[in-house]
Write a protein that binds this ligand. Structure first.
Ligand SMILES: [Zn+2]
Ligand SMILES: [Zn+2]
Length: 381
């Protein structure tokens, strides 16, 4: 594991390195100057917060879930919006960001992973950006990015677009409307950029070190609700690495995932569609495997005889689960195959089918809960 000094000495991406190290200094002294001059005012703080929300969700719902993972589709207006909103976060062009991110998913925790956590927390957080990276501009593999004219335009003029949308725009708004040019630039521009940077970086560092692994422990990604709170829902990273094309990162209604809510709202407006959701039986199955893994390893420590007894008990519950899961999958297939016109014609049948789906879904949840109870019982005895 190499430290900051090593990455500093071997750095070859100087524009990015200087930007990352100088912006926090400018933010700190600029904010002190702003306060010292008695310029503090609420409208500038509100503007900064609005910019933080717009640029933050531009990265999460736009750069990440739309462009990198294609977890849903959206019309050109939405694509333009996210390209500009995410672009104002100073995290590079959509193409650069997405190409790196796709490799992160494919080669997670390996030497090819651009933000490989095994190189250390600091590296995964942002030292990786000190080095130039060769990116795979393969039109076959990444044609959706590298053949898209809008994205190529953004990539070409990235610096100008970011400077205008991230620094000049908030400065102009605060300056023209309430005379706070300095606050617009420093607080809503630079300070907000620094905060947004490190919140995004935390996904690659914090969420690969701390948190729970309910779906898989084959990789370092973790669910961390605390980080999710500051990153518009992206903290549920164990789920995300398991089901990367799902437009959701959190699946429970009480889990904080505003990026998901935003995408859902866009779909209700008819400007986003084809929101990809992982079938619930798949999610349950993954969760069950993890629970079984944890429990059997604990029981195995107490002896083989107890382990085989436990497995027999668990298998029974698993069969019930599988039966419900199969029924649900079959029903969903039928549900999805029907064309909308046909759906209207057969509304009554349609409704019955939906009701049955709900029943099977309930059965599935019950079977899963029974499995969890059995697993706990076996372990406690
Ligand atoms: Zn990750
Ligand atoms: Zn991802």
């Amino acid at each position: 594991m190499k430290n900051f000094l090593y990455h500093w000495k071997t750095a070859d991406n100087w524009p990015t390195l200087l930007f990352l190290l100088i912006t926090p200094v400018v933010a700190l002294f600029g904010t002190l100057l702003w306060l010292n001059l008695g310029l503090f005012n609420m409208p500038t703080l509100w503007l900064s917060f609005i910019f933080l929300v717009i640029t933050g969700t531009g990265i999460t719902a736009g750069y990440h879930r739309l462009f990198s993972h294609r977890a849903y589709e959206a019309n050109r207006f939405v694509q333009w919006y996210f390209m500009l909103a995410g672009g104002a976060a100073w995290q590079g062009s959509v193409i650069e960001w997405s190409l790196d991110h796709r490799v992160h998913h494919q080669k997670i925790d390996s030497a090819q992973d651009p933000y490989n956590i095994n190189e250390g927390f600091g590296f995964a957080h942002f030292y990786w950006l000190f080095h130039r990276r060769q990116r795979d501009w393969n039109a076959e593999r990444h044609g959706d990015l590298v053949k898209d004219k809008m994205l190529l335009w953004q990539d070409r003029y990235y610096g100008w677009i970011a400077a205008l949308s991230s620094f000049v725009l908030p400065m102009a708004i605060a300056g023209i409307f309430w005379g706070d040019w300095l606050g617009g630039l420093i607080i809503a521009g630079v300070l907000r950029t620094v905060i947004n940077h490190h919140l995004t970086f935390a996904i690659n560092s914090v969420c690969h070190v701390w948190g729970k692994q309910p779906y898989s422990d084959k990789h370092s990604a973790r669910d961390n609700w605390f980080t999710a709170f500051f990153t518009w829902g992206e903290g549920f990273h164990n789920f995300h690495h398991e089901f990367a094309t799902d437009y959701r990162n959190a699946i429970q209604w009480y889990q904080f995932d505003p990026s998901k809510w935003l995408i859902w709202a866009l779909s209700k407006l008819g400007i986003a569609w084809n929101l990809k959701r992982t079938p619930e039986e798949k999610i349950f199955a993954r969760k069950m495997n993890m629970q079984e893994k944890k429990i059997t390893s604990k029981i195995a420590q107490r002896g083989e005889a107890l382990l085989s007894l436990a497995q027999a008990k668990l298998n029974e519950k698993k069969e019930a689960f599988q039966a419900a899961a199969n029924k649900l999958t079959a029903l969903r297939k039928r549900y999805q195959q029907d064309q909308p016109a046909k759906k209207a014609m057969r509304r009554a049948q349609w409704k019955a089918l939906k009701n049955r789906m709900a029943i099977h879904s309930k059965e599935l949840k019950e079977a899963f809960e029974a499995y969890c109870r059995a697993a706990r019982e076996v372990y406690n005895n």
